[in-house]
Design a protein around this ligand. Structure first.
Ligand code: ZN
Length: 414
């Protein structure tokens, strides 16, 4: 994550060597999860970096944050970067405290008996179970979302919950998340259901109905987008504008070729060969270039963007900013934002939580037309066939429905 935000190795090394450097990676993930933009993330990191230098080996807690803001900032003479804007400091450090579980946001409860029930649940989590405040917070958010999503307005309605409903709810909630996150949802759902049973609002133990989420990678089927969804997503870019032309080309790079955000951000002008219809991707880690063929659709989109969309810029990167800083090559984080924005506009945001679903879709499409796991691994640049095997499962499910023998069996040997 830090790589996406700070391109300069020296800056990254400086940030990582900070006394609170070890938790910064988690901090960035936390902020990305909350939907902050890269620009904000960078400012927040600078604030936290300054705070960390000041804090040194002292404990990170609320009192120290207040001391830093009230006593240090007004007289700060630290060397740069020392970001002294009060509002930014407050916001960034509050997020930090939130992340380490010291001052979680208040959870808003519904009114009436359901709200009272959730308050009692909160009490039981704190007193009987002795959970940390962050954990209590997560349990409460889940319980509140569950009663809201399942439209429980009166406590009597809990009685209508069935095992099937619970399975559907948890599966839907965990979809698109990492298995570890799914596991967290499942654990908290079980906890809430056990509480409801104890309180007598449900009469059987529904917690047993909650699916388990195994941690091993091959256990989860990656979600993929169907053709219609991909079309909707592509149409969400307004190609009458330069930005729309850019966004459509960015999206097609990922949905047609399964490129990673870093591949798209790293694509350079001399890597686009419209005559031969190929892209040359430079892989800095391996110091080699991968050549991938483009579909006519992608080539057309790139040509339209390069001719009519891209701003004149000295940058070698294909995709550049159309807002300040104008002309700067897009970062991987910007590329991700573009996809999420299009998903928003296409009404697909509930299914698309990141860009990986586009890679998954390409892989499962390739399997569908008979490509081998080796070919897919090559195109997607996977290190191991093991990662690619996840896709075999996608197709196994599809194939089992039509009862055909699985074609690549020899390659799937384990
Ligand atoms: Zn200072």
């Amino acid at each position: 994550m830090l790589e996406d935000l700070f391109r300069c190795t020296r800056v990254r090394r400086r940030i990582r060597s900070n006394p609170i450097g070890p938790i910064l990676e988690r901090y960035v993930e936390y902020l990305v999860g909350r939907g902050h933009l890269p620009r904000t993330l960078r400012q927040y990191i600078y604030v936290v970096e300054h705070f960390g230098r000041w804090l040194g080996r002292r404990p990170l807690d609320r009192a120290m944050v207040q001391r830093f803001i009230r006593r240090h900032l007004p007289v700060c003479r630290c060397r740069m970067p020392a970001f002294r804007n009060l509002e930014w400091n407050r916001a960034a450090l509050n997020r930090l405290l939130e992340m380490v579980g010291m001052v979680p946001d208040r959870v808003g409860f519904p009114r009436g008996l359901v709200g009272n029930l959730l308050r009692r649940y909160q009490e039981s989590l704190v007193t009987a179970r002795g959970l940390t405040s962050l954990s209590v917070h997560k349990h409460l958010v889940l319980a509140r979302d569950m009663v809201t999503d399942l439209c429980v307005r009166r406590t009597g309605q809990f009685g209508a919950w069935t095992p099937e409903l619970i399975v559907r709810y948890v599966t839907k909630k965990a979809r698109g998340h990492k298995p570890s996150t799914g596991k967290g949802f499942a654990t908290r759902t079980r906890s809430f259901l056990r509480f409801l049973l104890q309180e007598g609002w449900i009469c059987r133990d529904l917690s047993a109905a909650v699916p388990t989420f195994a941690h091993w990678r091959l256990a989860t089927l990656p979600e993929t987008l169907q053709k219609e969804d991909l079309i909707r997503l592509t149409l969400a870019a307004d190609v009458r504008t330069p930005v729309g032309l850019r966004d459509r080309a960015v999206l097609l790079c990922m949905s047609e070729l399964g490129l990673r955000v870093s591949d798209v951000a790293g694509l350079e002008l001399d890597g686009v060969d419209l005559t031969a219809r190929v892209l040359r991707l430079r892989c800095h880690k391996k110091r080699k270039t991968t050549v991938v063929p483009m579909s006519g659709k992608l080539a057309g989109a790139l040509e339209a963007y390069l001719r009519h969309g891209r701003l004149a810029s000295g940058a070698r990167g294909v995709f550049v900013m159309h807002r300040a800083p104008i002309g700067r090559p897009l970062s991987p984080m910007n590329i991700r934002d573009i996809v999420l924005r299009l998903a928003d506009r296409a009404g697909l945001r509930h299914r698309i939580s990141g860009t990986h679903i586009l890679r998954h879709s390409v892989a499962s499409r390739m399997l569908g037309v008979g490509a081998s796991l080796k070919q897919i691994a090559d195109l997607l640049g996977h290190q191991s066939i093991d990662t690619t095997m996840i896709y075999a499962k996608v197709d196994l499910t599809a194939l089992s429905q039509v009862a055909l023998p699985w074609p690549g069996t020899k390659e799937v040997q384990r």
